[in-house]
Design a protein around this ligand. Structure first.
Ligand code: DGL
Length: 259
């Protein structure tokens, strides 16, 4: 199975995938050298992602998890049309938040590209009637995560700027629309307090990917014994390694690539 992100954020999805698919080998591709994607055009994102998908198919991946909301918003339809392998995408978990809110106010923190996506607009239109949805672009947050700054002064200042107005509007759910952001969830929760639930779709996406692997009989299609994750980055290899060490201490193999 392949996993793609603009950088380190997809690791928040990868860590859920290894829980539900412990016997599957995973090839992770983080395009940190070209991160952030969120402010790029759909055409520019599609061009990068095509090269990455071709690379992952060469590595014999039979299903690809697009562990990036911005890529999903920009080109998941294109990928499904042009390749004959299944793609699992990310979308902000706004539906359960809109169905669950009691205060009738929900916050969404995402990158520009994701907030402009059709999928997001459609879900909001269907389930958001009578609910205040506060959309906030998390300018600079992807960069903070790429720098492994999860709770330093710069990160906290930005989080406060984005979350305080949402608290003032009495939100009870904060939807994370970027796979980088769950790394900041502990800092966010401190600002928001316990009354606000932070929604990260990664566990549900991982379960969906596992279900597809099974129903399409792809399990073990990329098997190595024992199952192993291999990580490729177009950016700084040591950052990915440091983050992996924090997340999990199992086998991993990180390589730098120029694509
Ligand atoms: N992890 C990506 C996402 O989920 C970050 C996008 C970016 O690089 O701006 O959207």
């Amino acid at each position: 199975m392949g996993v793609i992100d603009s950088g380190l954020g997809g690791l928040t999805v990868w860590r859920e995938l290894v829980k539900v698919l412990p016997h599957e080998s995973i090839v992770y591709f983080g395009d940190s050298g070209y991160c952030p994607y969120g402010s790029r055009s759909p055409e520019a994102i599609t061009k990068r992602v095509r090269a990455i998908v071709d690379f992952l198919i060469e590595k014999r991946c039979k299903l690809i998890v697009v562990a990036c909301n911005a890529i999903t918003a920009a080109c998941i339809d294109y990928l499904r049309e042009h390749y004959n392998i299944p793609f699992v995408g990310m979308e902000p978990a706004i539906k359960p938040a809109l169905l669950g809110t009691r205060t009738r106010a929900v916050g969404v923190l995402a990158t520009q590209r994701t907030l402009k996506g059709n999928l997001f607009a459609r879900t909001k239109a269907i389930y958001g009637h009578g609910i205040t949805v506060i959309e906030q672009v998390g300018h600079g947050l992807v960069e903070c995560v790429e720098a492994l700054d999860f709770d330093g002064p710069v990160t906290l200042r930005q989080l406060n700027d984005y979350l305080r107005p949402m608290i003032a509007q009495n939100i009870d759910f904060l939807v994370l629309g970027c796979t980088h952001y769950p790394f900041l969830a502990p800092a966010m929760q401190k600002i928001l307090g316990d009354a606000v639930t932070i929604m990260d779709p990664a566990p549900a996406v991982a379960r969906h990917a596992a279900h597809l692997m099974e129903t399409q009989r792809l399990n073990g299609s990329f098997s190595q014994h024992p199952a192993e994750s291999v990580f490729y980055t177009t950016g700084d290899k040591t950052r990915l390694e440091r983050l992996l060490q924090r997340l999990i201490s199992s086998r991993y193999n990180v390589q730098t690539i120029d694509l």
